[in-house]
Design a binder for this molecule. Sequence first.
Ligand code: M6P
Ligand code: ZN
Length: 205
Amino acid sequence: MSEYSPLPVPPMSIRFDPAAGTLSPEGPTLTRRMSDLEGLFRDRAAWEQAVADGDPVVYSVVSSQVPEVDRELPQSITTIQPGATGGELWMTKGHQHPNHQGEIYLGISGRGGLLMFDGAETRWVEMTPGTIGYMPPGWAHRSINIGSEPYSFLAVYPGGAGHDYGWVLEHGMGLRVLAATDDNTAANGNTGTDTGVEFVAYSGD
Ligand code: M6P
Ligand code: ZN
């Protein structure tokens, strides 16, 4: 017999449509515009200009009906639009789990990157359809669209993990991910899958 009672949601089937990037039945949808990303881009003037120029949607997060409650296992699909502001590729806010719990992302469509930072070291996982990126407990995480199409991924995470955005504002993410110019791509010796992306340290801000 379950010791977890009452159950907030019953056992259920959730339809995952990778082509449409939907979960059904659907839960809440979160839309993040440029104005929601204050303090995150290196070039504040470029960020202000982008907000003034129509405040575009940078990403959206559609959730299933499984709630963000301790011991539940919610899922969501995040879609990041392609773009760059001040040369910095469009990205999620990024967060740390206050409770230090793990999470997985599954690449669905487009090309992205998963940037992880534990306060000292950074890790980069390139995400294409079918890639599972694993975030261990204690690693803050941010997703970046590194392609020219929308980048979508499925997230599965403990319902009690929480989202600490202040941690990222305080500590940064170790690296920033820029759209590489021809010049610095050659200078960095980037080839193959990293072509088009340049990493710079937060510490240079
Ligand atoms: C994924 C999950 C969510 C998260 C979302 C957007 O779907 O990690 O928990 O909310 O990405 O990321 P952020 O919260 O950093 O804006
Ligand atoms: Zn998370």
